[in-house]
Each structure stands twice: as structure tokens, then as C-alpha cells.
Design a protein around this ligand. Structure first.
Ligand SMILES: NC(=O)c1ccc[n+]([C@@H]2O[C@H](COP(=O)([O-])OP(=O)(O)OC[C@H]3O[C@@H](n4cnc5c(N)ncnc54)[C@H](O)[C@@H]3O)[C@@H](O)[C@H]2O)c1
Length: 439
């Protein structure tokens, strides 16, 4: 099938490459000239395991191409995917300007019937807005091409995005058209062989499903962080509690890790957006508001432990940060807890030496050159002449470090562990002061 994907970010590029790899003819369109030039030169602008090879192979074999030419894009695909960003607006609502711009572009240039498939995370009712926008533009052109707008929210996770697309838990499609259902079945057939993972529903329910899923996951995280905070007052161990409750099949082990808060480009903005949608509809989303408040405070937790440890005097201290991305397996630092901590440490006069396996370029892009930030080439180098180690992202390579080396490197050995990666007893035995979450 001929497909066009608008937006070559984490979602558009991965889905575009995966669909091309299955044999579809995919044209990816972005307004960012540099991203498109880089891709044509074999440079993949984001880090996602396995993505560079997948893009390279399919580009070379002619199933995947890139352009900034939206006319070419609209003409190419019978299916037009919208995978552009929907960032939070100032009031927390999802900003739909990029989505509606693509709708306008499609309406302006379409010369044949099209199926528009929205993959961006958008509030309930957005498909109607996309439909209206396209119809308006077609009316201005005095054209009457048939078109459908379906919702196909994306559930990939950064860090395992390719596997999530090739072996999805489910593929949600919102449409009221049998014709669109048949086309979507054909499109996703290569990923739907083992068992039927496709779930069809009305468009509004599909749009809501995405928010409900992300809000549920964010709620689990904030709930567990709240348990962790209560546990700290009571002298219990949240890791024991986690095992205890995870063994209950109704609860399960996933997404109940205590930590220093959730970040990324999805949970924070999606929780905010659903709160706003609910507010606008006259419903006060009290659980979601609490989820957000707990998370906001949780991102400050590490600083709340570091500050008193140094008796409120961080001026002139050097703090080592291991991990900058909002989670392992990605270079994405949007809403990352590391940013909240770094900004608080700088405010208090500390200097930071940081290492992340993938997010150093992104960190440089966000913060530029600063005297109080040095990005180091290895985790070990980041410990040099430092006063404390803080672990923020649970990359695999931070899980079993050389504690003797850490002890020798730090002036007065102390670790603040935002992800409970280490065993308090083992660190105590080695003479390293250790702070973690909920223990
Ligand atoms: N990142 C994730 O893990 C993830 C997972 C599931 C769903 N989503 C949702 O998918 C959507 C996209 O997320 P992302 O992380 O891929 O975004 P992103 O910011 O990485 O990429 C968006 C891209 O769209 C491009 N763009 C903007 N306007 C355009 C236009 N008019 N035409 C063509 N391209 C245009 C931008 O230049 C950018 O490259 C969002 O709604 C997000 O909530 C993201």
C-alpha cells in the first residue's frame, strides 16, 4: 500500500520504517529540512534501538523515502498518517495546531480520495475537527473528493518502539466505516498473524483509549511513589512492599517501581490534557490532578535528600549525575526528572558532571555551554573529584557498578539513587552512605 506519514519524530519515523519493512511504500514528510536532509544522508536524528539499520535498509531498497514537499506527500499515499507533535499548551490542553495544519495541507493538495489516519495523541473530538478543516479547504477549492478520518492511536514505547510496532499488544482503530476497517486490516496484516490484535471501535472511544491508557500508567507510578513516600515515614521498605503487592495477579509487577517521577513526551502532557478536557466538559478530574501533583513533587525528591545531606550548602560542590534521559533506551529528555534536579542543583550553586549513554547531545542542545555543567565521556570519568553520585535513569550499565571505584572517587562517598538500583545493606557494608526511595 502507498502510505504518507506526516511528522518524522519518534512515532512517525518508527512506524514509517516498520511499515516499509513489511513491504508498504512509505513517504515520510516533515517540515524540518535538517531532519529530512539527515535522513537522506543516513543520519537518524533520534536514538531508538535498531532504528538506524531499519531506516537505512528500507531507504536503500526504495520502500522508505523522505521529503519536505507536502504536495508530493499528499499525492503519494492513499493513507495519510498524521504523526506530528501535540505538545501541552499553556493551559495544559493539547495544542492541535500541528495536527490541524496537516489537515489543511491535505485538504489543499488532495486530488483523489484519501483515508486520513490520526496517530498523534489527541483529545476526543479531534477527528471531527480534522474532518471539518479538510472539508472547509475542499469547499474553498470547490472540490468534493471523498475522504475518511480514522483514529489509530500509537502505543509504542521509546526504547522498545520497533518491537512494540512489529509485535503490538493491540492495534486500536476508531472508524465508523467498513471500508476503512478493511483497509486498516490489510495495512496491519503483517503484524496481526499470530492472533487478532486489532480492536475496532468508534472514533471518540479510540481517541479516549489512548488517554485512558497513559493516565492509568501514570496513576500507577504516582500511586507507587506515594506508597514509597509514606513508607519512608514508617520505617518500612518499599521494595519489599512492591514484591508483596506485585505478586497479586490483580495488581501485577509492571509499572509499580518507586522512583523520582515520570517524564517524557507523553505521560505529563497527556495527564494534563485529559484534566483540561474533563474540566472543559464540567468534570473535575480529582484523581488525575493528584497524579500530576504527586509526580511534580516526586521530581523534587532527590534534591530534597541531597540538600540536607550537605547541610544546605551546595555552593562549590560537584555532583555526578548518571542518567539524563527520562527513561533508559532513549535520548529523550522532555520533562525528564534529571532536568528538575539539575536546575535545582545549579540554583543552589552546585556544579554538575553528567554521563548518559545516549542523551548527552540532547542535554547539550537543551542547556548549551555552561560553566556548571560538564558532560563526561564515561560513567567513571563523571565521578572524578566529585562529592556525590546521583543515579536518575536506570540504564542497565549503571546497575552493577564498581563500588570500590565509586568510593575512591568521591570525597565523602555518598550515593543518591532515584531508581532503587542498589542494595542498602551492601552499600553500608562498603562504607558508602546511601539514600534511595522509600527505604
Ligand atoms: N514519543 C512517544 O513515545 C509517543 C508514543 C505514543 C504516542 N505519541 C504521540 O505521537 C505524537 C508524535 O509524537 P513524537 O514523539 O513522535 O513527536 P516528535 O516531536 O518527536 O515529532 C513530531 C514531528 O512532526 C513534525 N511536524 C510538525 N508539523 C508538521 C507538519 N505540518 N508537517 C510535517 N511534519 C510536521 C516536527 O517537525 C517533528 O519532527 C504526539 O501526539 C505524541 O503524544 C508519542
Amino acid at each position: 500500500m502507498k502510505l504518507t506519514v506526516f511528522g518524522v519524530g519518534y512515532v512517525g519515523l518508527v512506524q514509517g520504517a516498520v511499515l516499509a519493512d513489511a513491504g508498504h511504500d512509505v513517504l515520510c514528510v516533515d517540515i524540518d529540512q535538517k531532519i529530512i536532509d539527515d535522513l537522506k544522508n543516513g543520519v537518524v536524528p533520534i536514538y531508538e534501538p535498531g532504528l538506524t539499520t531499519l531506516v537505512e535498509t528500507n531507504y536503500k531498497e526504495g520502500r522508505l523515502s523522505f521529503t519536505t514537499d507536502s504536495i508530493e506527500g499528499v499525492n503519494h499515499g492513499e493513507l495519510q498518517f498524521i504523526a506530528v507533535g501535540t505538545p501541552a499548551d499553556e493551559d495544559g490542553s493539547a495544542d492541535l495546531k500541528y495536527v490541524l495544519k496537516v489537515a489543511e495541507t491535505i485538504g489543499t493538495h488532495m486530488m483523489a480520495p484519501k483515508i486520513i489516519v490520526n496517530k498523534s495523541t489527541v483529545p476526543v473530538g479531534t477527528a471531527d475537527k480534522v474532518k471539518e478543516r479538510i472539508a472547509e479547504v475542499l469547499a474553498e477549492r470547490c472540490e468534493k473528493f471523498k475522504f475518511d478520518v480514522a483514529s489509530n492511536p500509537e502505543f509504542l514505547k521509546e526504547g522498545s518502539a520497533i518491537a512494540d510496532c512489529t509485535k503490538p499488544d493491540r492495534i486500536i482503530v476508531g472508524t465508523d466505516s467498513d471500508f476503512v476497517e478493511e483497509i486498516m486490516r490489510e495495512l496491519y496484516a503483517p503484524f496481526n498473524r499470530n492472533n487478532d490484535r486489532m480492536i475496532f471501535m468508534d472514533v471518540r472511544s479510540a481517541e479516549m483509549t489512548k488517554y485512558a491508557a497513559n493516565c492509568m500508567l501514570a496513576t500507577k507510578i504516582s500511586f507507587m511513589n506515594e506508597m514509597s513516600n509514606i513508607t519512608e515515614y514508617l520505617g518500612a521498605d518499599i521494595e519489599a512492599v512492591r514484591h508483596g503487592i506485585g505478586s497479586d495477579s490483580r495488581i501485577g509487577y509492571s509499572f509499580i517501581y518507586p522512583g523520582c517521577g515520570y517524564g517524557g513526551s507523553c505521560f505529563p502532557k497527556d495527564v494534563q490534557a485529559l484534566i483540561k478536557t474533563a474540566d472543559d466538559s464540567g468534570y473535575d478530574a480529582r484523581i488525575l490532578k493528584s497524579v500530576e501533583l504527586v509526580n511534580y513533587a516526586q521530581k523534587e525528591k532527590l534534591f530534597d535528600k541531597i540538600y540536607p545531606h550537605f547541610d544546605g550548602n551546595l555552593k562549590g560542590k560537584t555532583i555526578t549525575l548518571w542518567g539524563l534521559s527520562f527513561k533508559p533506551g532513549t535520548d529523550d529528555m522532555r520533562e525528564a526528572p534529571s532536568r528538575v534536579l539539575m536546575e535545582a542543583l545549579w540554583e543552589a550553586g552546585a556544579t554538575i558532571q553528567a554521563y548518559d549513554p545516549e542523551a548527552m547531545n540532547e542535554c547539550q542542545r537543551i542547556y548549551g555551554q555552561r560553566d556548571d555543567l560538564t558532560l563526561m565521556g564515561t560513567a567513571e570519568a563523571a565521578l572524578k573529584n566529585s562529592d556525590a553520585l546521583v543515579t536518575i535513569t536506570e540504564w542497565q550499565k549503571f546497575r552493577a557498578p564498581d563500588f570500590d571505584f565509586i568510593k575512591q572517587s568521591l570525597s565523602d562517598p555518598v550515593i543518591f539513587d532515584g531508581r532503587n538500583m542498589y542494595d542498602p545493606k551492601r552499600l553500608a557494608a562498603r562504607g558508602i552512605k546511601y539514600y534511595s526511595m522509600g527505604r
